[in-house]
Design a protein around this ligand. Structure first.
Ligand code: C2E
Ligand code: MG
Ligand code: MG
Length: 608
């Protein structure tokens, strides 16, 4: 019976070893003439039927070049080179049949029938064994002479030289000739390996919007030249011997070692100062918007696996906030991690709809207490993080494509719910919140009109709430779509009124008939004369312009009384009712109607 193969033990630095093999693209199958020459010379010198350059990845050994062998790869567990890479010198097996480790190996018992093996490990400068250069015979041989061993080392040295050349080539950023991101990763990896302290600095040079504008207006060649001009200026600001890397089209990076300790801050100021003057490109002055992200790395802190992402986002942050330079902030990072977790979770939630539901909050007419509308507010229960407020996840979703299916889900559910309430005889309107992205093209409004028709809901019983921020991107298109919804009979409300630009002249051109006064005004009514005056003026002005005014965030009876006194038409807030489930809302309505809707207005104190 065949005995089991004894696979070689794993080297202690296996994970890094595999990473390096990948990074160097050594399992790439493009033929390489230099490698081919090396194996041909080796086979010839040793008069061996087989010679190989073998590279080990996680699962397999790959023959990067070979003489006398048909296959390109075998499973790693059969690889002789698994043993070779454990050492630093030639591994020789004069007769495999006599060697415990190999005699049952399928490459010995089957084709190509290895009987003699001599392999020299291919080891990087920092001690990672990538694979081997080996000679193989199908007959046993006497041990190699000292000269032969030395020749094998020599050939392996040539192969390593070739690997280094290939590496250097893949480490260059073509347009600038600078080292690229791969090289930065390799250099940082090596410095950490040597347990050196170093500081990684990433520099974000231009905002994506600016790049977009410049490419549109002046073309790519201009942009490339501009980056070259920036590179020259940047390099001249760095200390001698400090290399600049180009890690993305608009970002540079450099490393500071122990020699620069204490000088870091001065250097950052110098770079930022050096970019105050515009960079000239084809006679056109362009001002860089530089942000530097700084991340000190110590060998001990190996948890910093994602250092590149961290330092790049710190540079982004510095440029965005126009603060020059900033350290990687664990706080910002934590926020990003959460944002990631939420976005992944949200995409699942949107796909199934199971973790989502709509809460409804009543809006009442302040004069009569009658419920005129309910606002649908999206709720999400994350399976592990618990309930997440829309104030947190909607702005995130708005930055991605997720907002579209999310908005559609809300639209669908709220129209269905409106139809159900209509059947129960409730006359209030159902209001939903729309995002700026919902106005990117007509499909959202089309869908709304279609759903209302399909579920037999009178558009007059439906209300859209939008904030002024929705107007930012393409005000004309948004106005056109709002008119479409309005023409179909839907009520339009301006949400969070008073927080945006509140350009009355402009708003007058929109078909809105309701303004919702933002909570921030309502909340401060108790605070002082100025705030009261402000709220009162807005209410009066909006009233004079023919809007119905709804006050949001009414929490106290005092606020309610003031608002009524000033002629505010409607109100919404915890004092009246909190957002609740659809079933709870039906019960609330029954109780509210039984009390004639007046209880609130008559005995406000009792409700606090
Ligand atoms: P909004 O449209 O201005 O909604 C009013 C917010 O005020 C709601 O917060 C509501 O729960 C809260 N609120 C109501 N009365 C009071 C009160 O008396 N005191 C206090 N402190 N808060 C009160 P919520 O539900 O957290 O929603 C926050 C925002 O998220 C909404 O502001 C809206 O802009 C957005 N949002 C909610 N649902 C959706 C949705 O389905 N789609 C879109 N695009 N946005 C939504
Ligand atoms: Mg709203
Ligand atoms: Mg609001």
């Amino acid at each position: 019976m065949a005995r089991a193969v004894v696979p070689a033990p794993m080297p202690p630095n296996e994970a890094e070893r595999q990473f390096r093999v990948q990074q160097l693209c050594l399992t790439d199958s493009t033929p390489d003439r230099a490698f081919d020459r090396i194996v041909a010379m080796t086979a010839e010198y040793f008069e061996a039927p087989i010679a190989l350059i073998s590279i080990l990845d996680e699962q397999r050994q790959w023959f990067r070049a070979s003489v006398g062998l048909g296959v390109r790869q075998t499973p790693r567990r059969d690889a002789f080179c698994g043993y070779t890479i454990l050492g630093r010198d030639v591994l020789e097996v004069p007769d495999t049949a006599q060697d415990e480790r190999f005699r049952d190996n399928p490459l010995v018992t089957g084709p190509p029938g290895i009987r003699f093996y001599a392999g020299m490990p291919l080891v990087t400068e920092d001690g990672l064994g990538l694979g081997s250069l080996c000679v193989i015979d199908t007959r046993p041989r006497p041990p190699l002479s000292a000269r032969d061993r030395s020749m094998l080392r020599h050939f392996a040295g040539l192969a390593m030289g070739r690997i280094a050349t290939l590496r250097d080539r893949s480490y260059i950023d073509e347009p600038t000739g600078l080292f690229n991101r791969l090289r930065l990763e390799a250099d940082v990896g090596m410095a950490l390996e040597r347990r050196e302290h170093l500081v990684v600095v990433a520099a974000d040079m231009l905002s994506p919007r600016f790049v977009n504008d410049i490419v549109n207006a002046l073309g790519y060649p201009f942009f490339n030249e501009l980056m070259l001009a920036m590179q020259d200026r940047f390099q001249s600001l760095l200390p001698p011997g400090c290399l600049l890397y180009k890690i993305t089209p608009t970002r540079f990076a450099f490393l500071l070692g122990p020699a620069h300790r204490g000088l870091e801050q001065g250097l950052y100021e110098r770079i930022l100062g050096g970019f105050h003057a515009p960079v000239m490109c084809r006679g056109i002055p362009v001002r860089a918007e530089v942000g530097l992200g700084v991340l000190p790395l110590d060998a001990g802190r190996r948890e910093r696996q994602d250092w590149l992402r961290l330092v790049v986002s710190a540079a982004n942050e510095a440029r965005d906030r126009d603060i020059g330079w900033t350290h990687v902030e664990p706080e910002i990072d934590r926020a990003q991690q959460r944002a990631f977790a939420l976005l992944t979770g949200l995409s699942r939630a949107v796909a199934t709809g199971e973790q989502l539901w709509l809460a409804y909050q009543p809006v009442i007419e302040l004069a009569t207490g009658q419920c005129t509308a309910v606002e649908a507010l999206l709720r999400w229960r994350h399976p592990t993080l618990g309930p997440i407020g829309p104030g947190e996840f909607i702005p995130l979703a708005e930055k991605t494509a997720l907002i579209r299916p999310l908005s559609r889900w809300v639209l669908q559910r709220s129209v269905e719910q409106a139809a159900a309430w209509r059947r129960r005889g409730f006359a209030f309107k159902v209001a939903i919140n729309v995002s700026a992205q919902d106005f990117a093209g007509p499909s959202y409004i089309d869908l709304m009109i279609e759903l209302l028709a399909r579920h037999g809901v009178d558009p007059a019983g439906f209300k859209l709430e939008f904030t002024e921020s929705a107007l930012m991107r393409d005000p004309k298109e948004v106005a056109r779509l709002l008119h479409r919804a309005h023409d179909a009979g839907v009520t339009i409300a301006i949400d969070d009124f008073g927080t945006g630009y509140s350009n009355w002249t402009y708003l007058r051109d929109l078909p809105a008939s309701v303004v919702k006064l933002d909570q921030s005004f309502v909340r401060n009514l108790g605070a002082g004369e100025r705030d009261r005056l402000l709220a009162r003026t807005i209410i009066e002005l909006a009233g004079q312009l023919g809007y119905r005014v709804v006050a949001e965030g009414i929490e106290t009876a005092e606020t309610l009384a003031l608002l009524r006194q000033w002629g505010c038409d409607e109100g919404q807030g915890y004092l009246i009712a909190r957002p609740m489930t659809a079933e709870a809302l039906a019960q609330w309505m029954d109780a509210h109607r039984a009390g004639g809707g007046q209880a609130l207005l008559r005995k406000p104190d009792a409700l606090q």
